[in-house]
Design a protein around this ligand. Structure first.
Ligand code: GLN
Length: 189
């Protein structure tokens, strides 16, 4: 199973390491040909507006939209969650996304002053809590039908799943807990 990590910006290395540790073949994706060659894709944390700009520049935005629409499994963390969201509030003016996940996200939702924190979260499908790291994180403001909420913080969903798409507001690639990446790999089958 070959899993790509969108490698335009953000914490690409951490995701490659997390996937490799689980025995997956993990590759960086920067070009359309590289995207064609993967069975699933991780969208890392970073800066969502920058990633969309770079995706356009690298002629990846439309291919990404097409593959997600076609059913390619994808896992977005933090900025990656924003990229998968159909709708963004509090985004940059006219902020574009890849879309596919029927959610509305609020960018930088947890506030700008103390905008990073850690919390032990119960996640649906995992036996034990996850130590979740939030860094200028979004939360999910609205979910469409067909979206399952797997975890919440401050009364808002922070981990969701819809079919082949998984997204978290926090960074499971930080801290060596591979269980959410495992969940993603299981989703691919
Ligand atoms: N605040 C960032 C954004 O809007 C996301 C932060 C992160 O990925 N840690 O894209």
């Amino acid at each position: 199973m070959r899993i790509g990590v969108l490698a335009l910006q953000g914490d690409v290395r951490e995701h490659l390491a997390a996937l490799t540790a689980l025995g997956a073949e993990a590759v960086a994706v920067r070009r359309p040909e590289e995207l064609d060659a993967v069975d699933g894709l991780v969208l890392p944390g970073g800066e969502s507006t920058t990633m969309v700009k770079l995706a356009r520049l690298f002629d990846l935005l439309e291919p990404l939209r097409a593959r997600v629409k076609d059913g390619m499994p994808a896992f977005g963390t933090c900025a990656g969650m924003i990229l998968l969201a159909e709708r963004v509030v509090d985004g940059a003016v006219g902020q574009e996304t890849i879309g596919g996940l029927d959610i509305t996200v609020r960018r930088n939702a947890f506030g700008r002053q103390v905008d990073s924190f850690e919390e032990d979260l119960a996640v649906d499908g995992l036996d034990d809590t996850v130590h979740a790291v939030f860094i200028r994180a979004p939360w999910v403001e609205e979910t469409g039908r067909g979206v399952d909420v797997l975890a919440s913080a401050a009364g808002h969903p922070v981990a969701v799943r819809q079919g082949h798409l998984l997204a978290t507001s926090f960074h499971p690639e930080v801290g060596g807990d591979g269980r959410l990446h495992r969940l993603f790999l299981d989703l691919i089958g």
